[in-house]
Design a protein around this ligand. Structure first.
Ligand SMILES: [Zn+2]
Length: 427
């Protein structure tokens, strides 16, 4: 075994109760009656959540800075403080009917790692940072994952600042209003990025595993499809003389499902939105608009699914019906960091399995500019973006311990030095 297979301080453990209590305290800001959280990006509630995080970070001696899109970086100095930092984080804005854990867990797990190191007087070689990325959810402002997207150069700062909500308030004005329009514009170098997150799906629970070792994020292709038929009276028009757009749509919906099944295990196909015209009980539908969302783990598969969708439409006599509107490339995570997550789970005695992320995460953008990996923990019934979103305290604790060990490995390469001389090194 190589020296760096086992990090120094392999026996360090986070405080599960403190992590849980912090999650519950943050969840009080914007708490809903049904037990969820409504804390939309760049609202006053978002400010309160940010202020709480910043206060907690300063309590343990972190320096805090804010960049021009409002991303917060809480930094804990390293021995070689000019090394690029090992960063972890996520978002603390929520959906309008969101839960306590989506995003918030990744931020507070990072904070708990720093608190644990602080308690034990451990200084890592490279500095550590916990990032709070602005507008992870994209609910009030589009695009989604805005702060990490600007950081990674997926779109420009100017583009992000100019986006407006439904009331016409811009991101720039909203940032200024809550006091989180920072000055620094340039993204800084990141040595490694980890993000802990609830799975937001049912795979870990179904397989009775505690840790999801995330291999990467699925690529996505989104389409708008328009199907034209002919409106006519439901009574006088015989079946064989109809051009029923909804009937064609029904076949297409089945086809999308089959295309995904044909590309198992990671193929996904969803028709989530349907607009039927004129949507009247006794009129044969004359026009249907629908959306198609295709996802796959690699580009070749995603392209094969794209071709299958277009062929299906062509065979239905609708060669022009498909309009592609969004493409996200599949994003594999960095193999040494991914295996570090697996090793950490093994060393801590947690059951784990390889999973893929079907959802977007800030980590997907970070992966474009830094070695990146994610740690998933189960959430109850796989449900998120819902006020009933729930997760077990012991699972959250386990994921945070994996995060701690993986960050220690990355920050130290081979060694950790402690302030307490007597404790010495355990390599
Ligand atoms: Zn999230």
């Amino acid at each position: 075994m190589q020296a760096n297979d086992l990090p120094a301080h392999a026996d360090l453990r986070i405080e599960g109760a403190r992590l849980w209590n912090s999650l519950m305290e943050l969840a009080r800001i914007g708490a809903t009656e049904k037990g969820g959280v409504c804390r939309l990006a760049l609202t006053d509630l978002d400010r309160q959540g940010r202020d709480l995080f910043v206060a907690w970070a300063k309590e343990i001696g972190c320096t805090v800075r804010v960049d021009a899109i409002g991303n917060i970086f809480a930094r804990r100095a390293g021995l070689s403080d000019d090394l690029p930092p090992v960063v972890t984080g996520s978002h603390i804005d929520t959906q309008p009917t969101g839960g306590k854990f989506d995003g918030n867990y990744g931020v507070l797990a990072g904070l708990e790692v720093l608190r644990t190191l602080d308690d034990n007087n451990v200084i890592t070689q490279a500095p550590l940072e916990v990032a709070v990325w602005t507008n992870g959810e994209g609910s009030r402002f589009v695009p989604v994952m805005m702060g990490s997207g600007v950081f990674a150069g997926a779109f420009t700062l100017e583009h992000a600042l100019a986006q407006v909500d439904r009331e016409g308030v811009s991101v720039g004005d909203a940032l200024a209003a809550i006091g989180y329009a920072g000055e620094r514009v340039e993204a800084h170098e990141v040595g490694a990025y980890f993000e802990a997150h609830i799975e937001q799906g049912p795979v870990l629970e179904a397989n009775d595993k505690v840790i999801g070792v995330v291999q990467g994020a699925l690529g996505q292709r989104w389409y708008d499809v328009t199907i034209d038929g002919l409106e006519a009276h439901a009574g006088p028009t015989p079946m064989e003389l109809r051009r029923d757009a909804l009937l064609v749509a029904a076949d297409l919906i089945r086809a999308v499902n089959r295309i995904a099944l044909d590309h198992a295990p990671h193929g996904r196909g969803t028709v989530g939105w349907l607009n039927v015209h004129p949507n009247s009980r006794n009129v044969i539908p004359g026009r249907v608009k629908l959306t198609v969302d295709l996802r796959a783990a690699d580009d070749a598969t995603l392209l094969a699914m794209d071709r299958a969708l277009r062929e299906t439409c062509a065979q239905a006599g609708l060669p022009e019906a498909v309009d592609e509107v969004v493409y996200f490339a599949p994003q594999p995570f960095e193999s040494t960091l991914v295996s570090s997550v697996r090793k950490s789970a093994d060393a801590l005695g947690f059951t784990s399995m390889e999973v893929v992320s079907g959802a977007g995460h800030d980590a997907v953008y970070l992966a474009r500019v830094a070695p990146t990996a994610m740690i998933f923990v189960p959430c109850k019934d796989g449900i998120s973006h819902n006020e009933i979103e729930d997760a077990r305290a012991d699972h959250l604790e386990a994921g945070c311990n994996v995060l701690l060990q993986a960050m220690l490995r990355a920050a130290n390469a081979a060694r950790v030095v402690t302030q307490t001389v007597t404790e010495g090194e355990r390599t």
